[in-house]
Design a protein around this ligand. Structure first.
Ligand SMILES: C[S@@+](CC[C@H](N)C(=O)[O-])C[C@H]1O[C@@H](n2cnc3c(N)ncnc32)[C@H](O)[C@@H]1O
Length: 361
């Protein structure tokens, strides 16, 4: 093992001593003393052939143990600003290519299929009337869209998503539910296929956080909204996540999920900026509200823990490529997430930020 590496990356000479100290500080005695004396011994030539190899092997084992909880150093690059809990990153994602980071894994999409108008669109409910024409942008597998269709029937609901597989699932769900007033199509929220002033309501659930240009998307939403129409947006804000019990692996997992989202062009803290974004997009009478989502039963925490594990597994190549964690550290985090979910005391809660705004008549 080359001791001048850390998280798999080579380091310049001047970093080596501070890394050695930091590593030693994470070891308990007597390992700490042994680690330091081996480091010193290896700085001078050995008297017996083979000594160096044996000492290096032992030192490597101690260093790996010390590194087990230590974050790999982030490499500088677009979207790599350090994310701290409750820290608002710079809005600019210049140079970052937008990519939908969670992907479309079966369990994740399955969790979206549990969503409903009654919960996810409750903040918008009082503005919905039978006969309205509504657009659901980034509708995903359509569970909320189908409910919206039932609510505004005989009005029309259109669901748009950039991902064909999601539109296929949503259409199948529509067939199953026998709701006739729904139309699904593949499309981008940045360039909707509808003429100006088409809809009474535009709904955007859990999509702004994934967009590199949320303001452009909101301007496009405003374009297709008729004068007097209302937009409703809802995103969870990672800074509001409270989780117990916690440990360094879980803390790191959450930090990395935020980094991945930012790296993909999104913003895990967009929820708190809804009011500003809506105002800047030209909406008036903008009002914010909030609701929370918690996991507080063994079934719910197990599902959440497994979901965190599978999200991480899906993103593991990217995480390692970015040098945010080693393969072994990713595996530890996956195991930690599953174990957390099965802890009888596990509990988590996150705030969903919501806002409505109007296109003036
Ligand atoms: C987190 S899912 C939410 C799905 C659904 N709104 C829900 O809450 O169940 C986000 C969805 O936004 C879609 N999406 C991402 N970028 C998009 C874009 N530029 N235009 C349209 N849809 C997009 C993704 O394909 C994904 O299905």
């Amino acid at each position: 093992m080359d001791l001048r590496t850390y998280g798999g990356q080579p380091f310049e000479e001047e970093y080596v001593s501070s890394i050695t100290e930091a590593r030693a500080a994470r070891l308990a005695e007597p390992d700490r003393g042994e680690f330091l004396s081996l480091t010193r011994a290896l700085e001078t030539p050995s008297s017996r052939a083979g000594d160096d190899d044996r000492m290096l092997a032992r030192l490597g084992g101690l260093a790996s143990r010390a590194d087990a909880y230590d974050p790999a150093p982030p490499t500088a690059g677009p979207g790599d600003e350090p994310l701290e809990r409750n820290h608002m990153p710079a809005q600019s994602n210049d140079g970052v290519r937008e990519q939908y980071s969670p992907g479309y894994g079966e369990d994740l999409v399955g969790s979206y299929q549990e969503r409903s108008v009654g919960r996810e669109a409750a903040f918008l409910r009082s503005f919905l009337r039978s006969g309205m024409k509504l657009l659901d942008c980034g509708c995903g597998p359509g569970s909320i869209t189908v409910g919206l269709g039932q609510l505004v029937s005989p009005g029309e609901v259109h669901g748009v998503d950039v991902e064909p597989s999601q539109i296929a699932i949503a259409s199948a769900r529509q067939q199953e539910a026998g709701v006739a007033n729904l139309r699904f199509e593949v499309g981008s929220v940045y360039a909707l296929s509808f003429p100006d002033d088409t809809f009474d309501v535009v709904f955007m659930h859990a999509i702004l956080q994934h967009l590199r240009e949320p303001l452009a998307a909101l301007r496009e939403a405003r374009r297709v909204l008729r004068p007097g129409g209302v937009v409703g947006v809802r995103d969870d804000d990672l800074g509001s996540l409270v989780l117990s019990p916690t440990n360094p692996d879980m803390d790191r997992l959450i930090e990395i999920l935020g980094r991945i989202m930012q790296r993909s062009g999104g913003n895990p803290y967009v929820g708190r900026t809804h009011r500003r974004l809506l105002r800047e997009a030209g909406f008036s009478r903008v009002r914010g509200s909030a609701s929370s989502e918690c996991d507080g039963t063994p079934e719910a925490t197990t599902t959440r823990g497994d979901l965190g594990a599978s999200l991480l597994a899906h993103m593991s190549d990217d995480i390692v490529a970015q040098n945010w964690a080693t393969v072994a550290q990713v595996e530890r985090m996956i195991a930690a997430s599953k174990a957390w979910g099965r802890d009888p005391d596990a509990y988590d809660v996150i705030t969903w930020c919501e806002a409505v705004g109007w296109k003036e008549s």
